[in-house]
Design a protein around this ligand. Structure first.
Ligand SMILES: [Mg+2]
Length: 176
């Protein structure tokens, strides 16, 4: 079984930083078609998002769940879209359970869903995303649609991580 682990902010939706209002959800162009293509190719989809705004007390877990639900609505690909969702609520400095770059969520899902790491990807726009994928020993891809320019991240060169304009370009690159 193959899978994609997907960062949310800057990868699937526009990164608004501590987004707590579902009305602020904006899907990055091409994401819905890209997810449909990946799903049609047999990839299980997992959402893996750091939400330190919860740990910092800026918003609640319920806010994040409402934002995620709005994202699913706007994507229009049915619900539940994801075979698993990890919302890591820790603020930096708090004990880490799932916060990326921890690979824990990916490793747990590999086990539970018998995923093939060689056919599994972590896709995101930040060093934490890339680190989680590298730590879990799955394939890693970076996208330029977020706040960070992944090309500037040392992991990119050190691990020859492919950089895509956005998730749509990544999805188009998946072999049929
Ligand atoms: Mg991100």
């Amino acid at each position: 079984m193959k899978a994609l682990f997907l960062d949310r902010d800057g990868t699937l939706i526009v990164d608004k930083v501590y987004l707590a209002d579902p009305a602020g959800v904006e899907i990055i162009p091409g994401v819905a078609d890209g997810l449909r293509r990946a799903r049609d190719l047999g990839y299980k989809l997992f959402l893996f998002t750091n939400q330190s705004g919860i740990g910092r007390g800026y918003h609640t877990l319920d806010d994040t769940l409402r934002v995620n639900a709005r994202m699913e609505d706007l994507l229009g690909l049915g619900s539940p879209l994801f075979a698993g969702v990890c919302i890591a609520p820790e603020a930096p400095g708090q004990p880490v359970v799932y916060r990326k770059p921890s690979p824990r969520f990916i490793l747990e899902k590999i086990e539970q869903h018998r995923l093939d790491p060689a056919q599994t990807w972590m896709v995101g726009d930040s060093a934490a995303d890339l680190g989680a994928g590298l730590g879990a020993q799955v394939n890693v891809a970076a996208v330029r649609s977020g706040k960070l320019d992944p090309a500037a991240l040392p992991e990119i060169a050190a691990h020859r991580i492919p950089v895509f304009e956005d998730f749509a370009a990544f999805a188009a690159s998946l072999p049929a």
